[in-house]
Design a protein around this ligand. Structure first.
Ligand code: NDP
Ligand code: MG
Length: 394
């Protein structure tokens, strides 16, 4: 029986993963080791009971009594805290879903890789923050990372059986989000509710807002660079409002392999779950005749500065990805709390990167996880300062 763990089980990716596990036979077909969550204790306990998990872990220690209560009599162990989440990654499991949001997903993912596991990686922030370390850890320990982000799963699928040396370019698509056609003046006034309303995908609120600002695509550019190793000039973004073509890979003979699928993360999760085989995945089948047309456009760098900032990080590498992601997370927190405007998010990230480049240097490589976590911490402090300054200036 295959054993699995799901980090971030209560989130959007986690729920989709649980749905596939349930449809695949649940506790009768899989040995479920660890399920983790943060605020949604009741849902975590419910899943852990249903799937007969070995252990359920919540991120915050204050939630432990509530989790224990909810699991009373179930035989599922309860644990809490960031260290307990990391320890859950030490428990043997054949397949591990990295579905926590933000840099909090980095340490558990690393721990799973150190044990040589197969890691289904939805948590793009860990590749942005510590790409070279993560990839090296997988190599050294014989672990496998399977991309779950839809664009990266698409590139992975388009590359299967191909010679990576014959690749000329990689194109990841972007829906353009809810603000695709908004003028700059209107973007400055965009609200949290408007930014959360993604036209095609149903996702967690943080990634939905990142899609509206194109910070999600910015993270994905860096993710593409780190995961596949292609140089920045080979990686492009293409706006495609229907979200049907997820990525394209162009080869030196002029041929292009495109990956198409419905806007349902269960395709990419199911692909990773069944890999290297192709298993049945219950997503809606594409009906191109019904869709009629698919459209494409170049992204607008002036309205979406996140893309330009990502290019700088892709060139610089070193610790710049850790700084970029952390600053973005803090800017997003401040926007969600109504303290800064929509466009201020990019301004906070840009200012943080400029300041850290002068004060700490961003180009040097991390020698270990400690360097990455130190930069993550410093960037959060500096981004908080930048955001407060911006709030006062409003
Ligand atoms: P959600 O916000 O829906 O879920 C996040 C999960 O992480 C929840 O289980 C949440 O727990 C948990 N969590 C939050 N904070 C912490 C923390 N500090 N420590 C431990 N766990 C925490 O996010 P998504 O599912 O949308 O996204 C998850 C990851 O997948 C992100 O990296 C995202 O970029 C990536 N991704 C998501 C896609 C999507 O369609 N949703 C598509 C491609 C990539 P709780 O809910 O209990 O608070
Ligand atoms: Mg994506």
């Amino acid at each position: 029986m295959r054993s699995i763990s799901i980090f971030g089980a209560t989130g959007s990716i986690g729920e989709s993963t649980v749905d596939l596990i349930r449809r695949g036979g649940g506790a009768e077909a899989y040995r479920v080791v660890a399920l983790t969550g943060a605020r949604n204790v009741a849902r975590l306990a419910e899943m852990a009971r249903e799937l007969r998990a070995e252990v359920a872990v919540v991120a915050h220690e204050a939630e432990l009594p509530a989790l224990r209560d909810a699991l009373a009599g179930s035989g599922v162990e309860a644990a809490a805290g960031a260290a307990a989440i990391a320890e859950a990654a030490d428990r043997p499991a054949d397949w591990v879903m990295s579905g926590i949001v933000g840099a909090a997903g980095l340490v558990p993912g690393m721990r799973a890789l150190r044990h040589g596991r197969t890691l289904a990686l939805a948590n793009k922030e860990s590749l942005v923050t510590a790409g070279p370390l993560l990839m090296a850890t997988a190599r050294v320990h014989g672990a496998t990372i399977l991309p779950v982000d839809s664009e990266h799963s698409a590139v992975f699928q388009a590359l299967t059986g191909e010679d990576a040396g014959a690749v000329e370019r990689v194109i990841i698509t972007a829906s353009g989000g809810p603000f695709r056609d908004w003028p700059l003046e209107k973007l400055a006034e965009a609200t949290v509710a408007e930014a959360k309303a993604h036209p095609n995908w149903s996702m967690g609120s943080r990634i939905s807002i990142d899609s509206a600002s194109m910070f999600n695509k910015a993270l994905e550019l860096i993710e593409t660079r780190e995961f596949f190793g292609f140089p920045p000039e080979m990686i492009e973004v293409l706006v495609h409002p229907q979200s049907i073509v997820h990525a394209l890979v162009g080869f030196r003979d002029g041929g292009v392999m495109a990956h198409l699928g419905p806007a349902d993360m269960r395709h990419a999760i199911g692909f990773a779950l069944h890999w290297p085989e192709r298993g049945h995945v219950p997503v809606e089948r594409l009906d191109l005749a019904r869709l009629g047309s698919l459209t494409f456009a170049a992204p607008d760098a002036a309205r979406f500065p996140a893309l330009r900032l990502a290019r700088e990080v892709m060139e610089m590498r070193g610790l710049s990805g850790a700084a970029f992601n952390a600053a973005k997370e803090i800017a997003l927190d401040h926007f969600m709390e109504g303290e800064i405007g929509f466009l201020d998010m990019a301004a906070v990230v840009e200012e943080t990167l400029a300041r850290l480049a002068g004060e700490a240097g961003l180009g040097h490589s991390a020698t270990g996880l400690d360097d990455v976590l130190a930069m993550d911490h410093l960037a959060r402090v500096r981004a908080g300062e930048a955001a407060r300054k911006m709030k006062e200036g409003r």
